[in-house]
Ligand binder design. Structure first.
Ligand code: PMT
Length: 221
């Protein structure tokens, strides 16, 4: 059995990928399955934490002993994470959040018009939930962890993102059409704001999740 080193702690984990609707039948989305975030929720529960999992469009079974809140869009994810974060000791943002959403939502299905070019899609910025929580710390002293999904210059982009977001730890993983998204396994480098760098070799998403909690525990104040 796992060490109950998260007993008495409340942790919030986000998982899955947001979907930004264009009309009642279409959306802009991404390939996240939710598996990495669910692994974080399961391992935290096994280590004794009270866990709130904010799940964006994941179709995985709700983990036993975890409070699950299901959401769709980035705006809904923000609301649910902020609500739970106000009494959390740690917040881990494993969800793939859309940076932009369509500027308008068509109440009826968008139709193609004979002989006409398609209308361009105008996008507007979504709130940056991780940067907001890392900056404001809804509960003083809480530990804030982000993920970075990169396709190239993985470590250099990860370091810049850690600075920009202001979180304590950033889990940098490489993604591609068939890499990491939906897979059972992952590999990553966990960067610390204190300059630390922890390499996690290719293995089950639970193993990476446990390493994240190993790094969170000593950062509790
Ligand atoms: O779900 P799986 O199939 O298991 O795949 C796992 C994963 C690849 C989705 C996961 O390991 C991962 O990398 N999640 C983060 C994906 C992501 O959105 O990365 P990003 O580099 O675009 O964002 C950086 C961080 O800011 C993330 O913690 C993200 O949650 C957060 N963010 C991003 C945009 C935004 N508007 N608000 C945010 O809070």
């Amino acid at each position: 059995a796992a060490e109950p080193d998260l007993r008495g702690r409340h942790v919030v984990v986000s998982a899955g990928g947001t979907r930004e609707p264009l009309d009642p039948v279409r959306y802009l989305g991404n390939r996240s399955s939710g598996k990495q975030g669910y692994a974080l929720a399961r391992t935290a529960a096994a280590r004794g934490a009270r866990v709130t999992l904010i799940a964006a469009n994941a179709t995985l079974p709700d983990p036993a002993g975890v409070d699950v809140v299901h959401v769709g869009t980035a705006v809904q994810l923000r609301e649910a994470v902020l609500k739970a974060a106000s009494e959390a000791d740690a917040v881990v943002m494993a969800a793939a959040v859309a940076d932009f959403r369509p500027a308008t939502y068509a109440a009826g299905k968008i139709k193609k018009k004979d002989g006409q070019e398609p209308e361009p899609i105008t996008l507007v910025r979504n709130p940056d939930i991780l940067a907001e929580i890392a900056g404001d710390r809804p509960r003083p002293g809480q530990v804030v962890v982000g993920f970075a999904a990169e396709t190239d210059d993985v470590l250099a982009n990860g370091r810049a993102k850690l600075e920009r977001k202001g979180c304590d730890l950033l889990v940098v993983n490489e993604v591609g059409e068939a890499k990491t998204f939906g897979a059972e396994e992952n590999e990553a480098v966990v960067l610390g704001a204190d300059g630390s760098e922890t390499h996690v070799p290719h293995g089950p998403k639970e193993a990476l999740a446990d390493t994240v909690w190993d790094l969170v525990v000593p950062r509790f104040t």
